[in-house]
Ligand binder design. Structure first.
Ligand code: FCB
Length: 476
């Protein structure tokens, strides 16, 4: 009798049909405000998240990013940890107010030096740097002077900053994401983000700068954000290295088919395009859909054709942050061609209150993005889950729920690659536990546990899983 695996397949075939394409990147991700700390060191200016977190009642338990993981001082130890868990790519973000603390246009050399050292350390460890230029921590000075992304001046300032970074780091950093999660920061920061939850409920999330704009004003902010992205792409191409590769990282309003039939898939495609008309669609198609402009009516943003051309500047890859579907869809004979299906009240979820569990989202989103926009290369720029991690008596962290999440999600991502969807890498959110925005330090997303009293780092069981998966380039 030949040996079989626990799920009944002959040994030897166990991982071969779960393998990712050659060259697939196994990465981990963080963001400056969530890990760096050193909030006012070496000439850094204040960011809107510094201001927001310092305002009582905005972040759980009064937690702030003042120290966070102290990554600013411990980056060498953190990179050694990444290396030990088999990561070959690191997606980090650059804090804009470290580079341009004031709106005078004067760069801060010490701020740039930090990222330069970080990049050197990564390359020495054999880890490729993937830099995100905006992960929500814009300079407070730009907020005070212009009202943040309410003004086109900030889109232009973002382009300038992006070009400067690519010029200075471009000899070693070849891959850039302009903006992380347009929808999340625009809606949570400028009006309040409404997230659909099981049982027809909605979760309301308010982030920095904590404004409550009207619908029309919000649409203009959305437009300025995508314009900032386009200006950044152009600036990176003009001032960065000739071999720079550029894209964005968006957590779209992910709509997936409730059933895998051609009619349901077509409905999900229509829904994905329409529900993301304000961000993904305009960046990848160069125009706002008629449906979007009709729905917005008098609240539609004002824009020019020239701006649309900038917004849709050619990209090298599409980054997708995928945690959950926002909605299931079914076909409909009525416009717009689909109906949304609410999550049942007992639909499973992970620890974070917003985190609906549906692993097939890792299959559908790349597939729909590819079929809609024919993007040449896709990175899963974020995926992960928070868990109630605890240090066991033997000093280890046995995050079995995260193992379940990883296996289920990566199987679906592998399914997409096996059908020819060009996914070139997976970045796990996160390298380590960190400050989870409004939820503070209580929401642990890391492969490595962090004790926020001592700042000691302990890799979790999931870090071992990740190392094995990266080593075999397969779901294990
Ligand atoms: C994403 C954010 C990231 C992190 C994860 C859990 O929306 O981009 O910073 O907080 O959620």
């Amino acid at each position: 009798m030949s040996a079989i695996t626990s799920d009944g397949r002959p040994v030897g075939h166990a991982s071969s049909n779960r393998t990712f394409p050659d060259g697939f990147r196994w990465g981990v991700a963080t963001a400056a405000y969530q890990v760096e700390g050193a909030w006012d060191e070496d000439g850094k200016g204040q960011s809107i998240w510094d201001t927001f977190a310092h305002t009582p009642g905005k972040v759980a338990h009064g937690d702030t990013g003042d120290v966070a993981n102290d990554h600013y001082h411990r980056y060498a130890e953190d990179i050694a940890l990444m290396r030990s868990i088999g990561a070959n790519a690191y997606r980090f973000s650059i804090a804009w107010p470290r580079i341009f603390p004031e709106d005078s246009g004067q760069p801060n050399k010490a701020g740039l030096d930090f990222y330069s050292c970080l990049v050197d350390e990564l390359l020495a460890a054999g880890i490729e740097p993937f830099a995100t230029l905006y992960h929500w921590d814009s300079p407070q000075t730009l907020q005070d002077k212009h009202g943040g992304w309410q003004s086109k001046e900030v889109s232009k300032a973002f382009g300038e900053y992006a070009g400067y970074v690519a010029e200075r780091l471009g000899d070693r950093v070849k891959r850039y994401f302009t903006i992380n999660e347009f929808r999340s920061f625009v809606e949570s920061g400028y009006q309040g983000l409404n997230v659909p939850m099981p049982g027809g409920k909605t979760l309301h999330v308010a982030g920095a700068p904590g404004l409550e704009l009207s619908d029309g004003e919000l649409n203009q902010v959305r437009h300025h954000a995508v314009l900032g992205h386009g200006l950044a792409v152009q600036a990176i191409r003009a001032r960065g290295p000739a071999d720079a590769k550029v894209g964005f990282a968006e957590n779209g309003h992910w709509a997936i088919p409730a059933l895998d039939t051609p009619e349901y898939v077509a409905a999900a495609q229509t829904a994905t395009r329409e529900m993301n008309a304000d961000f993904l669609t305009v960046m990848l198609e160069g125009h706002y859909t008629d449906g979007y402009l009709d729905r917005a009516g008098r609240d539609a943003p004002s824009f020019t054709d020239d701006e649309l051309r900038t917004i849709s500047s050619a990209l090298d890859f599409t980054g997708i942050d995928v945690y959950r579907p926002h909605i299931y869809v079914q076909p409909s004979g009525e416009p717009p061609g689909y109906r949304t299906i609410p999550f049942s009240a007992s639909h499973p979820k992970m620890h974070s209150e917003w985190h609906v569990l549906s692993p097939e989202v890792l299959y559908w989103v790349p597939r729909l993005v590819q079929s809609l926009w024919g993007t040449p290369s896709i990175y899963t720029t974020e995926n992960g889950c928070s868990a109630l991690d605890e240090i066991a008596e033997d000093g280890q962290v046995y995050d079995t729920d995260r193992l379940m999440f990883l296996r289920a999600n990566l199987e679906q991502l592998q399914r997409a690659t096996s059908k020819g969807v060009p996914v070139d890498g997976y970045f796990h959110w996160s390298a380590q536990d960190n400050l989870e925005w409004n939820w503070g330090f209580g929401s642990r997303f890391g492969l490595t546990y962090v004790d926020f009293e001592t700042l000691e780092r302990t890799p979790k069981l999931s870090a071992t899983w990740f190392r094995e998966a990266a080593r075999r380039n397969a779901v294990v």
